[in-house]
Design a protein around this ligand. Structure first.
Ligand code: BGC
Length: 736
C-alpha cells in the first residue's frame, strides 16, 4: 500500500520554490497550431508564457530545432527553468504510418501495436516530441462514429490487450523512467466516449455502472497496470456529468481505486466546454469543477490558469489539490528525464521512414487485413484468391486504385511528407510481367462523371483476366468529427462494383476504410472481398502481398459489419432479450429483429477467412467445477484445444475463447471474449492452444456505484472458436 512516491523529494523541493502563478502555469498546455481542434493556434502566446514560467506543455509542435528553441526559453530564461513537455497526436505513426488502430486490432496480434508504438516513439522523440496522445482505447459499438478508426473495435478484452501493448511500446516496460528513445503515452478518452448516442461525435453518453465497468473501463485499467504516464478526459457527459468534471471517474476510480499517479490532461478546450455543456456557469466555475474532479492539465482553454488564484482565495479549490496536480506534471517531466536532458539532439533527428520501418509497416498492414469472402469459381473448386502471380492481365479500378489516400485518419506528419504506396504500384511490382489496366471508374464521394467512368472501368475489366476493384472511404470521412449517418460505400462505388459484376468476369473487391461498412447489395455478386482498412504508408505493397498470396490473410473483424446502417448498433457481445432470435427461437414475427432484414450482422466480430482451412478439436478443461472462493483466491482453469491446418498452404488462425453466464443476477452478454491467440501453422501442422480462465473471466460487475465484482454459483459455458458466431461444441464449468 505504502509504495514509495516516485521523485517525491525532487518534486517537493520544486513545489516549495514555486509561486502560485508558476504552479498554475504548469497546469497549462497551449497549442502551437490549431490543426486538431476548433479555434486557432496559440503560438503567439507561447514564448512569453514559457519565459514567465506560465506554461507547462505545448502541443502540435515537432522538429528537434523548433522544440529546442522553445525549450531553451523555458529552461534558460524562466525563473525556475522547468522544462516544457511537448505532446502530439502520434496515433499510428509519425513518419512511418502504420495501419489505423482498428486495422491493428484486426490482426489480433498486440505485438503489432507494440511495434507501431516503438517505431513511432523513436521517430517522434528524435523530433522533440515527448508525449503521444495515444493509445485511444474507447470501446465502441458505433461504426457511425468516425473515431471507431482510432479504436480497437467493439470488445473490451481485445481493446485492453492492444492498449497495454501500445503503452509498453511507447514507454518501455515497467512504468518507471521513460528512455530517451521512448515517449509518454496517454490513455484516452476517459471514459465511455465510444458510447456516444447515435454515433454522433461529442454526443451524450448514459451508461449503467455495470456496463461502465464491464465495457469501458477495462482497457484503461490495463493501461494503468502497464504504467501509462497520462490519461485524457473525454468530451462526452457520463450519465449527466461531463467527463471533465466527473470526480467519480477521474478521482474515485482512476486516482483512488487504481492508484494512478500520472497526469490527467483535459481534451482540447474540454474545461471551457463545461459551459456549453450546461454544467458550468463561467470559466471560473469550469476551472473549479474540472480541477476538483481530477483534471491536472488544461489543454488549450485557460480557465484554471486565469481563474485559479481567485478560486484559491475564495476556498473553491484547495492548495493540496493544486499541489497534487503540479506534482503529477513534474513527475511526468522527471519520468521523461527532461530536467537532466531537456533538449533533443538535433543531429540525431530522424527525418524519414527507413527501409526497416517500412518493412514493419508493410507486414503490420498485411497482417491486419481480413478476408471476408472468397468463393469458388464456378468451373473449378479453386477459390478466386490468391491470384496467381503468373496472371497475364489485370484491371485495377476504383477511386482508391491509384490513390495515395490510404494513410487513414490522424496519420501524423508522415502522411503529408510520404505518400502511401498505391495499389496499382503495389500490383505492378508484385506481377511485373502482367499487363495492368487502370480506370478510376467513379469519384470516392460521388459527383463527377460517373457513367463514362464506369464504362471505362468495364472496358478495362473486359480486357483483363481478373479485376481488382479498390473502393472505400477517404480518410477524411473517419477520425474525429467523421460521423456518418449512412455507412455504405460513399457515392456511386456500389454501382461501379455492380457494373463490373455484370461483365461476368472474375473480380475481387478490396475495401479501404476507417470503419465497418454496410456493404450493400453488390456483396452477393462479389466472389471475393478483402478488408484492407486504411493500411498506411505501405498500403499498395501490403494489399498486393495478400492478393497474390505472399501473405496468407489471418486478420479477424474487431467489430461487426452490419447489414445496413439501420441495424446499428449491432455487436456480438449483446445481451439476450426475452424473445431472442436464432435457431431455437423460430417465430418469425415475435423476435428481437427487424422485419426487413435477416437476423444478425453481415459479418460478425471475430470473422475472417484464410487461403487454407483449420479444424478445431473439442476443448478440454483441467477442471469442471470450482468454487467462487477458490477463484477469488486465484484459482484458474486451463482450457486447451487442438487446432490443425487442414489445407495445403501455411497460414494463421486466431483461436478465440468465449464464455457465457446463462443465468445471472444481472443479464450477461451471450458471448464474452476472454482469450485469443493468433497461431501460424504450416500445411498439415497442428498445435495445442491453452488459455487460462480466472475470476475476472467468470464474474461480473454489478451496478453498485462503488464498484462490486461478484462471482455467482451456476454454470459457465465455454467455447473455443474461430469467430464469435461459430457453432462449436460447448463445455460447461460449474461454479459451486
Ligand atoms: C481529440 C484528442 C486529441 C486532441 C489534441 C482532440 O480534439 O479529441 O483525441 O488528442 O484533440 O489534438
Amino acid at each position: 500500500m505504502d509504495r514509495p512516491v516516485p521523485y517525491e523529494s525532487e518534486i517537493n523541493a520544486l513545489l516549495a520554490r514555486m509561486t502560485l502563478e508558476e504552479k498554475l502555469g504548469q497546469l497549462q498546455q497551449l497549442a502551437w497550431t490549431g490543426d486538431t481542434g476548433p479555434g486557432e493556434g496559440q503560438a503567439r502566446l507561447i514564448e512569453s508564457a514559457a519565459r514567465e514560467g506560465r506554461l507547462g506543455s505545448v502541443l502540435n509542435l515537432h522538429g528537434a530545432r523548433r522544440t529546442n528553441d522553445l525549450q531553451r526559453i523555458a529552461v534558460e530564461e524562466s525563473r525556475l527553468g522547468i522544462p516544457l513537455v511537448f505532446g502530439l497526436d502520434v496515433i499510428h505513426g509519425f513518419w512511418t504510418t502504420f495501419p489505423i488502430s482498428l486495422a491493428q486490432a484486426a490482426s489480433f496480434d498486440p505485438d503489432i501495436a507494440r511495434l507501431d508504438a516503438e517505431v513511432s516513439a523513436r521517430e517522434a522523440r528524435s523530433n522533440g516530441v515527448h508525449w503521444a496522445f495515444s493509445p485511444m482505447m474507447d470501446v465502441t459499438r458505433e461504426p457511425r462514429w468516425g473515431r471507431v478508426s482510432e479504436s480497437s473495435g467493439e470488445d473490451p478484452y481485445l481493446t485492453a490487450a492492444f492498449a497495454a501493448a501500445k503503452v509498453r511500446g511507447y514507454e518501455g516496460e515497467g512504468g518507471g523512467p521513460i528512455a530517451s528513445d521512448r515517449m509518454a503515452a496517454c490513455a484516452k478518452h476517459f471514459v465511455a466516449y465510444g458510447a456516444v448516442e447515435g454515433g454522433r461525435e461529442y454526443n451524450t453518453v448514459d451508461v449503467s455502472e455495470s456496463r461502465l465497468r464491464a465495457l469501458h473501463l477495462p482497457p484503461f485499467r490495463a493501461a494503468v497496470d502497464a504504467g501509462v504516464a497520462t490519461v485524457m478526459a473525454a468530451f462526452n457527459t457520463l450519465s449527466g456529468i461531463p467527463a471533465h468534471a466527473n470526480a467519480h471517474a477521474l478521482t474515485d476510480i482512476l486516482k483512488r481505486d487504481w492508484d494512478f499517479d500520472g497526469v490527467v490532461v483535459s481534451d482540447w478546450a474540454g474545461v471551457a466546454e463545461l459551459i456549453p455543456h450546461g454544467f458550468a456557469a463561467d470559466p471560473a466555475d469550469a476551472a473549479r469543477l474540472a480541477l476538483n474532479a481530477g483534471i491536472d492539465m488544461e489543454m488549450v482553454s485557460t480557465c484554471i490558469a486565469d481563474r485559479g488564484e481567485e478560486l484559491l482565495a475564495n476556498g473553491h479549490i484547495s492548495a493540496e489539490r493544486l499541489d497534487d496536480a503540479v506534482a503529477r506534471i513534474l513527475r511526468l517531466k522527471f519520468r521523461l528525464g527532461l530536467f537532466e536532458h531537456p533538449y533533443t539532439d538535433e543531429r540525431a533527428e530522424i527525418s524519414a521512414p527507413s527501409a526497416e520501418t517500412r518493412r514493419s509497416a508493410r507486414e503490420a498492414a498485411a497482417r491486419s487485413m481480413v478476408l471476408l469472402k472468397n468463393d469458388s469459381r464456378s468451373v473449378s473448386r479453386d477459390r478466386l484468391l490468391p491470384l496467381s502471380p503468373d496472371i497475364t492481365s489485370i484491371a485495377v479500378v476504383g477511386p482508391f486504385a491509384d490513390s495515395t489516400d490510404l494513410h487513414g485518419a490522424w496519420a501524423g506528419p508522415g502522411a503529408d511528407a510520404f505518400p502511401a504506396v498505391t495499389v496499382t504500384e503495389g500490383i505492378r511490382l508484385a506481377v511485373p510481367g502482367a499487363k495492368i489496366g487502370y480506370a478510376k471508374g467513379v469519384e470516392s464521394e460521388g459527383g463527377g462523371e460517373a457513367t463514362p467512368g464506369i464504362a471505362e472501368a468495364v472496358a478495362a475489366a473486359e480486357a483483363s483476366d481478373v479485376t481488382v476493384i479498390v473502393v472505400g472511404e477517404p480518410a477524411g470521412l473517419s477520425g474525429e468529427g467523421g460521423s456518418r449517418s449512412d455507412i455504405g460505400l460513399p457515392g456511386e462505388q456500389g454501382e461501379l462494383i455492380e457494373a463490373i459484376a455484370r461483365t461476368g468476369r472474375p473480380f475481387v473487391v478490396v475495401l479501404t476504410c476507417g470503419r465497418p461498412l454496410a456493404l450493400g447489395p453488390w456483396l452477393a455478386s462479389a466472389p471475393a472481398v478483402l478488408v484492407a482498412w486504411h493500411p498506411g504508408l505501405e498500403a499498395g505493397h501490403a494489399i498486393a502481398d495478400v492478393l497474390f498470396g505472399a501473405v496468407n490473410p489471418g486478420g479477424k473483424l474487431p467489430a461487426s459489419f452490419p447489414r445496413t446502417t439501420g441495424q446499428v448498433p449491432i455487436h456480438y457481445n449483446h445481451e439476450n432479450t426475452g424473445r431472442p432470435c436464432g435457431p431455437d427461437h423460430q417465430d418469425p414475427r415475435y423476435g428481437a429483429r427487424y422485419l426487413d432484414l435477416d437476423h444478425g450482422p453481415e459479418f460478425p466480430f471475430g470473422h475472417g477467412l484464410s487461403y487454407t482451412t483449420f479444424a478445431f478439436g473439442e476443448p478440454t478443461l483441467t477442471t469442471f467445477t470450482l468454487s467462487a472462493g477458490e477463484l477469488l483466491d486465484g484459482a484458474t482453469v486451463e482450457v486447451s484445444v487442438t487446432v490443425r491446418n487442414t489445407g495445403d498452404r501455411d497460414g494463421d488462425e486466431v483461436v478465440q475463447l468465449y464464455v457465457h453466464d446463462p443465468v445471472a443476477s444481472l443479464v450477461q452478454p451471450v458471448r464474452r471474449l476472454r482469450g485469443f491467440q493468433r497461431v501460424s501453422l504450416a500445411a498439415g501442422q497442428s498445435t495445442t492452444v491453452r488459455f487460462t480462465l480466472g475470476a475476472e473471466d467468470i464474474g461480473f460487475w454489478t451496478n453498485a456505484p462503488e464498484g462490486e465484482f461478484v462471482i455467482e454459483q451456476g454454470d459457465i459455458h465455454v467455447y473455443v472458436a474461430n469467430s464469435s458466431q461459430a457453432e462449436v461444441p460447448m463445455r460447461t464449468l460449474t461454479i459451486k
